[in-house]
Every structure is written in structure tokens, then in C-alpha cells.
Design a protein around this ligand. Structure first.
Ligand code: SF4
Length: 442
């Protein structure tokens, strides 16, 4: 019997608004069985599909992988003139490829159940439009059963991700940690920037803990003892973490140099109509990577939404964030954390602490990108929404972020204490900006 799917405590709404962005932006892989099914649906009889290849072979001569073809205007060949999926209209949702059906849900195995999360690359998720996620559980259960069927296994056999090294706790204790961190993000009296620094303080302190009590079960930090520790750390963060981002030193030049190429990976789009001109060829990508490493002159257009602007302009802080922007940034963090999407199989096998820190870097990258997007007069709330969509599209999905080099960069930022500095620097707004900051940025 397939495992149940559980929703999150954070209120997140979603329903498809029919924007068709996903049918234009993504290359959808299809299995041999899906290809056969679609080939048997009689599409060659449709006048405007005659002679149009439905699939593209991917992955070189030896590969047997295929994806759905796209029209010259960038849309999937099956997207009709009325902006509706022809497969869905003619044969129902179940006839579509599984990837199309599941998007933008993310289903994350969590021991004896699945967690239902959401990809904020979808505009409807960012705008919180539709019914609460909890009302989508029946549909999600169907997809979870299909994923289990495809994998030939049950999620119950998957152990919880390690905290770090070989440190393992059980699903219940991991749930305690996740619940505490999500609660910290729910504190909307605090700026999202400081909430992130407080969470980083808790994570860096928990990195020192010996959860197995150094082999002595009496000293093991589990169950209610772990809950107590988490409460103590939450209170300690209130005292230990500077109130103002101005009281946090700016990131060092090493921190910025390591951060910029990571931000570049979060700010890119390589397929579909939103692909940036800096991603058009291998040479353009190499040139853009060099510019990001240098951090001088024009910001390469790694995504079509990036305006003509400079790296210097992106060092200038934003106006104070609106309640709407703060609330979106907190909801984004909570959905990623509560769903477990920040670590394990849905984030390139990252361990728990590394995964949380990678999400902090994604937050800093989103704030950097918001500054870039707002330089051409785009309203700030709109820039925040767009930045979250672009960054989340890459978070856990851009395979370059899962490479050893990127994991090493993340480890370096953590070890050198650069993460809270990056969060404070890119998360601060004009309210907390001083003349010395301008000098520090130069
Ligand atoms: S098959 Fe349908 S749902 Fe999937 S990308 Fe194409 S048009 Fe969109």
C-alpha cells in the first residue's frame, strides 16, 4: 500500500492559473512508455501537427532518452492555440507525461509518509493563488503512488538524511528540528534578514552538538532533550545575533568572490523563452562565468529578465521590504524547510545542515537578484517575486548546484563565517545603510 502524503503547517495556496509558463519554459523528459502512449493518441491526424516531430532525442548517440519537442515560439508542441494542453483536453490529465502532472508539486519522502511541497518557480505559487495545499492531498497521493511504482520501492525504506558526516538522527527528531526552524521563520515581527541570521546561528551551534552523546545513551540529544535544546538555542539566538545588519561585518572579498558565481547559477535560465543571452552558447556561458568571477562592469544577462545594469549597482540596498515581500520570503523558506526539499534526494543529496545553509545562500542570491532586477525601475515587490521564481527554479534542480565544486564553495562560505555576512549584506535595506557601507562595497 502506498504511503500517505502530508501537508505542511505553513499556509501555502496554489492552483493552476493557466499561465502556460511551465509548458514553455521546461524541457519535459518522457519515458518509453509515455512516448508510446502519446504516439498512440492519433495526433498526426491534426492538421497543424502533421509532419511535426513530437519528441527530441537527448543525451547523445548511446542514450535512449527523449523529451517533448517545442515549437519555434518556444511552446510545447502539444500546447494548443487556446493555451490549453491538447493531451489533457482530448484524453484527460492521466494521459499526460507524469512530469507535467506533478509540476509544480514536490513530493519528498519522509519515512512513513511523503511531504507535499511546491516549486516557487510557478507564478501561482509565488502569488499564493488558489486553494490551500492541504486540499490537493488526494491528487498528490495519486502521484506519490506512481513515483513509488516507478521506483519499485516504498519511501518507508529511505533513512533520514544525515545531519553532517555520519551523524544520524531519526525522522521524529529531524521533524523537531524542522518544526523549530520553521517556527523561527514564522516570527513576522522580525525582518526576514534577521530571521535568517538567527537560523544560521542555531545551525552553526547545532553543528557542534554530539547527538549520540559521544556513545553514552544517557547523554544522547534525542526526543524531549532535543526539544529543550532547540528552545534554549532559539532564545540564545535572540541575545547573540546582532539586531541590526549594520552590526554585522560586510562579507570579505573572498566571501563575495565565492558567492558571485553561486549567485550566477541561481540567476540563470538555459531553456525556453526566458533563456538569457549570456546562456546562448558554450562560449557565452564561459565568458559570463568569468564576468561573475570578476564582479566588475555589466551583469551578464543569464536570464531574460536581467536588465542592462552593473555589479556596482547591485551593491546598493533596496528600499525597505513591504509586508508582502517579507511574507513571501518567509513562506518560501518555510515551504522548502517543512517539505524537506532543502536536503537529501531533492537537493543533490545534501546533508541537513549543508542543505539549510544552501537555502540561506539561495536567499542571499534572491536578494542580490532583486537589486539587479529593480535597477531599471521595476517595482520592488515585483522584483522580489521574479527573483524568488528565478532562484527557486534552480534550487535543487540546476545540476551545476549539485557539483562537488559548488558544495565545496558552500562549505568554504560556512567555515569562514561568511553566510550571516552575506545574508546581512544583501538582505539589508536603505533603512540600515550607512556611508561606510558604500566604502566597504568598493
Ligand atoms: S504535454 Fe501538455 S502539460 Fe506537458 S508541457 Fe506539453 S502542453 Fe504542457
Amino acid at each position: 500500500m502506498s504511503l500517505p502524503v502530508r501537508s505542511l503547517t505553513v499556509l501555502q495556496n496554489w492552483d493552476c492559473q493557466g499561465c502556460t509558463s511551465c509548458c514553455r519554459q521546461y524541457h519535459v523528459s518522457v519515458s518509453a512508455e509515455e512516448r508510446k502512449r502519446i504516439e498512440g493518441q492519433g495526433w498526426e491526424a491534426e492538421p497543424d501537427l502533421q509532419g511535426v516531430p513530437f519528441f527530441i532525442h537527448t543525451g547523445g548517440w548511446l542514450s535512449s532518452s527523449y523529451r517533448l519537442n517545442h515549437r519555434p515560439d518556444g511552446a510545447c508542441v502539444f500546447l494548443g492555440p487556446d493555451n490549453r494542453c491538447r493531451i489533457h483536453v482530448k484524453h484527460g490529465s492521466a494521459a499526460k507525461p507524469l512530469a507535467c502532472r506533478i509540476y509544480p508539486y514536490s513530493l519528498v519522502p519522509a519515512g512513513d509518509h511523503w511531504k507535499l511541497g511546491l516549486r516557487f518557480a510557478c507564478p501561482s505559487a509565488v502569488e499564493d493563488k488558489g486553494r490551500p495545499l492541504a486540499e490537493h492531498l488526494a491528487e498528490a497521493r495519486e502521484y506519490a503512488a506512481m513515483l513509488e511504482g516507478e521506483a519499485g520501492t516504498s519511501a518507508i525504506t529511505i533513512p533520514p538524511p544525515l545531519l553532517q558526516g555520519k551523524q544520524q538522527i531519526n525522522w521524529g527528531d529531524l521533524g523537531r528540528i524542522i518544526a523549530t526552524i520553521s517556527e523561527m521563520f514564522a516570527d513576522d515581527i522580525e525582518s526576514i534578514e534577521r530571521r535568517w541570521r538567527k537560523v544560521l546561528f542555531v545551525v552553526s551551534t547545532l553543528r557542534q552538538a554530539k547527538f549520540d552523546g559521544g556513545g553514552d545513551p544517557q547523554k544522547a540529544i534525542v526526543g524531549s532533550r532535543l526539544s529543550e535544546l532547540l528552545e534554549i538555542l532559539k532564545d540564545a539566538a535572540e541575545d547573540e545575533v546582532p539586531e541590526s545588519p549594520d552590526d554585522v561585518p560586510p562579507p570579505s572579498w573572498v566571501g563575495r568572490m565565492v558567492f558571485r558565481p553561486v549567485a550566477a547559477l541561481y540567476a540563470r535560465k538555459d531553456t525556453g523563452p526566458d533563456r538569457g543571452s549570456a546562456q546562448s552558447s558554450a562560449f557565452a556561458r564561459l565568458f559570463s562565468a568569468m564576468q561573475f568571477a570578476r564582479g566588475k562592469g555589466r551583469v551578464p544577462r543569464t536570464h531574460i529578465a536581467i536588465p542592462e545594469t552593473t555589479f556596482d549597482a547591485a551593491e546598493k540596498p533596496l528600499d525597505e521590504l513591504s509586508d508582502e515581500a517579507e511574507s513571501l520570503l518567509a513562506r518560501w523558506a518555510r515551504v522548502k524547510i517543512e517539505s524537506g526539499q532543502f536536503c537529501g534526494p531533492t537537493n543533490f543529496g545534501m546533508l541537513v545542515w549543508d542543505g539549510l545553509e544552501s537555502l540561506a545562500v539561495a536567499f542571499a542570491a534572491a536578494m542580490w537578484l532583486t537589486r539587479v532586477l529593480a535597477t531599471d525601475g521595476r517595482p520592488q515587490d515585483d522584483a522580489v517575486r521574479m527573483a524568488v521564481r528565478i532562484v527557486d527554479d534552480n534550487f535543487g534542480f540546476n545540476p551545476l548546484l549539485g557539483k562537488g565544486r559548488q558544495k565545496f564553495a558552500l562549505g568554504l562560505l560556512g567555515k569562514r563565517g561568511e553566510l550571516p555576512k552575506l545574508v546581512a549584506w544583501y538582505g539589508k535595506t536603505k533603512a540600515g545603510f550607512t556611508a561606510e557601507d558604500t566604502e566597504d562595497a568598493e
